[in-house]
Design a protein around this ligand. Sequence first.
Ligand code: ADP
Length: 255
Amino acid sequence: RENPGIQKAPMNKESNVKKVIGVVSGKGGVGKSSVTSMLAVAALRQGKKVAILDADITGPSIPKIFGITDKATGSDDRIVPAVTEGGIKIISLNMFLENDTDPVVWRGPMLGGVIQQFWSNVVWGDIDVMYVDMPPGTGDVALTVYQSLPVDGMVIVTSPQELVSMIVAKAVKMAEMMDIPVTAIVENMAYFRCPNCGMEHKIFGESHVAAQAEKFGIEHIASLPIDSDLAEACDKGTIEKYHSTPILKLAKEME
Ligand code: ADP
């Protein structure tokens, strides 16, 4: 993969990451971190060696979703990632903060520097697939992160309340600038399945994701329900015990 003009950070000798997938969204709160985590868990269930690089530095929620409270160990140039119960390796700025609730108020280029260190200075070991939880939006911060890492493919997470066409168009444009293919769109909170009657209710209206995927030639789509079990799993740090059939299917398709 050559991307002329863009200086990617080198990886350390102790690490070999075969594939990097960036997970993006138009704004915060649509479920990007949840989807990143579910994709990682799905890959783990497929028997892969999996890592998550939490690049959503302004709201790093990955450790919490996996119930990780460890701080980072090692040294500045040999950072040791946290490992989940299932064996997913995780690095997040949260693991360097004194308090989880400390706000992070850095600007794009500084964030890019941190992400580059997460890539270059963390002892990842052998990884089949690394998911990168990107900062929300398609602005400077996200671009800086993309410029720092050798990303192989992008997954867009949207929710039905959003102007999906605009989000997708922007993400596709960013991906084109970086010469990265957009692999999938995940529509989160697309419907609610009534626990009493079993009917699927499209609370926010009809989905426009399939049309967008076709328009931009994006191969894979997945639709996720509003599910209080998922919210609870993310809240309690038990995402590795949560099963999402559409995400598992998507992970298989994306292989
Ligand atoms: P983002 O990373 O886009 O900011 P998160 O993944 O942190 O969003 O999700 C925001 C909140 O919504 C979290 O509390 C999460 O548990 C919840 N959530 C995400 N997806 C769903 C869903 N499909 N059903 C129910 N709750 C969800």
